[in-house]
Ligand binder design. Structure first.
Ligand code: NAD
Ligand code: IPM
Ligand code: MN
Length: 350
C-alpha cells in the first residue's frame, strides 16, 4: 500500500515522540511491503516562532489531502500570556474543527509487566482495559458566545445538538460491539441542560444496539470510580471537556499518561496523537515515553489505512518491551526515548 502521512511534530516532546512513531511506521512499511511517505509541517509554537499563525494555511491544506495525520503535541510556556485564540493549542482546536474530527478514541489498558507501575494496587487495577470515546468538536471548547470583559467577567458556552450527540453515541456503541459490549455514558445531568439532552439521546440511540449494555454515571462519581474500580469500565462515552479530564486520569491509573494513544476521526483524514501534551518539564532530554505516540501510529494503521495485522504487530512489539521491563523514567525505568524506540523497531515483525 502507498500512503501519504502528514507529520506535525509541534512543540516540547512532540518532535521526539513523533520521530519515534515515524521510525516504527517505517519499520512496518519495510516488514509488510508498504510505501509510506512522511510530509512534515509546522504547527503550534514551532509555527509562531517563524512568524506564522499557529495553524499555517499550508499545514491545513497538506492535512486535508493526506491519508492520515500524525501529531506530537502543541503548547509551550513561552506563549502562556496569550489569549486562547492566539496560543499554539488553538491550532489543534482549529484542525479538529476544520477536518470534522468529532470522535476521539482514547484507549487505556494495562500493558504486560506494568501491573505495578501505576499508583494502584495490582488487585485494584486488575485487567483494566477501557476506551474513552470523547466528543471532540462541540461543548465548551467551541460554544458561542465566549469572551472576557475588562478582566472582570468571562463566559463560555456549553452547547450540544441532537446530531452531535447521536453520532458520537453511535461511535461508542459500535466500538463496544468489538469489545466487552458495555457503554458507560458520563454526564452531569443533575446540573446541566446539555447533560440532560446528552443522557436522553444516548438512551435513545442505545435501542439500536440491544446487544450492548448501557449505564449512566455522573462525571464526579465516574472520576472517583476510575481510581477505585478501573477494571469495571469498558467504553466510556462523554462530552469534550469531561473526556479530556477523564482520559488523563485513565493514563495515570494504567501507569503513565505517556502510554496513551488517540485517534481523532471524522469523515476525512484521521489525526493520530498521544493523549499527553508537550511536557515542557522533560522536553529535549530524550526521556519522554514514546509509547503513546507509537501506539497512535498503530491506531493510524488500523483506522486510517485499515491495516489491522500491521497495527497488531506494533502493539505486540510494544507489549514485548514492556514485558521485558525496558521502560522510560515515567514508569520507573532508565531507558531513553531513542533507545526504547530502537528496541520497539527491532521487534516489529510480520
Ligand atoms: P503534559 O501532558 O504535557 O504533561 C503532564 C505531565 O506528564 C508532565 O509531568 C509531563 O512530564 C508528563 N508527561 C507527558 N507526556 C509524557 C511522556 N510522553 N513521557 C513521560 N512523561 C510525560 O501536560 P501539561 O504539562 O499540563 O501541558 C504542557 C503543555 O502541553 C501545555 O501548553 C498544554 O496546553 C499542552 N498540551 C497539549 C496537548 C496536545 O497537543 N494534544 C495535550 C495536553 C496538553
Ligand atoms: C488534549 C489536549 C487539548 C484538549 C488541548 C491542548 C487543546 O489537552 O488533546 O487532550 O484539551 O483537547
Ligand atoms: Mn488533554
Amino acid at each position: 500500500m502507498l500512503a501519504r502521512i502528514v507529520v506535525l511534530p509541534g512543540d516540547g516532546v512532540g518532535p521526539e515522540v513523533t520521530s519515534a512513531a515515524q521510525a516504527v511506521l517505517t519499520a512496518v512499511a519495510s516488514a509488510f511491503g508498504h510505501q509510506f511517505t512522511f510530509d512534515t509541517h509546522l504547527i503550534g509554537g514551532a509555527a509562531i516562532r517563524r512568524d506564522l499563525p499557529p495553524l499555517p494555511p499550508d499545514t491545513l491544506t497538506a492535512c486535508q489531502s493526506a491519508d492520515a495525520i500524525l501529531l506530537g503535541a502543541v503548547g509551550s510556556p513561552e506563549f502562556d500570556s496569550r489569549p486562547p485564540g492566539q496560543r499554539p493549542e488553538s491550532a489543534l482546536l482549529q484542525i479538529r474543527q476544520r477536518l470534522g474530527l468529532f470522535a476521539n478514541l482514547r484507549p487505556a489498558r494495562v500493558w504486560p509487566g506494568l501491573e505495578n507501575a501505576g499508583p494502584l494496587k495490582p488487585q485494584v487495577l486488575g485487567r483494566t482495559d477501557m476506551l474513552v470515546v470523547r466528543e471532540l468538536t462541540g461543548g465548551l471548547y467551541y460554544g458561542e458566545p465566549r469572551g472576557i470583559s475588562e478582566g472582570q467577567t468571562a463566559w463560555n458556552t456549553m452547547r450540544y445538538s441532537r446530531p452531535e450527540i447521536e453520532r458520537i453515541a453511535r461511535v461508542a456503541f459500535t466500538a463496544a460491539r468489538a469489545r466487552q459490549r458495555r457503554v458507560t455514558s458520563v454526564d452531569k445531568m443533575n446540573v446541566l441542560e446539555t447533560s440532560r439532552l446528552w443522557r436522553s439521546i444516548v438512551t435513545e440511540v442505545a435501542a439500536e444496539y440491544p446487544d450492548v449494555r448501557l449505564d449512566h454515571m455522573l462525571v464526579d462519581s465516574c472520576a472517583m470510580r476510575i481510581t477505585l474500580a478501573p477494571a469495571s469500565f469498558d467504553v466510556i462515552v462523554t462530552e469534550n471537556m469531561f473526556g479530556d479530564i477523564l482520559s488523563d486520569e485513565a493514563g495515570a491509573v494504567v501507569g503513565s499518561l505517556g502510554l496513551l494513544p488517540s485517534a481523532s476521526l471524522g469523515d476525512g483524514p484521521g489525526l493520530f496523537e498521544p493523549v499527553h501534551g508537550s511536557a515542557p518539564d522533560i522536553a529535549g532530554k530524550d526521556v519522554a515515553n514514546p509509547i503513546g505516540a507509537v501506539l497512535s501510529g498503530a491506531m493510524l494503521l488500523r483506522h486510517a489505512l485499515k491495516l489491522e495485522e500491521e497495527a497488531a504487530a506494533v502493539e505486540s512489539a510494544v507489549a514485548s518491551v514492556t514485558a521485558d521491563g525496558e521502560l522510560t523514567r515515567d514508569l520507573g525505568g532508565a531507558a531513553s526515548c531513542s533507545a526504547l524506540t530502537r528496541t520497539i523497531v527491532s521487534r516489529v515483525k510480520r
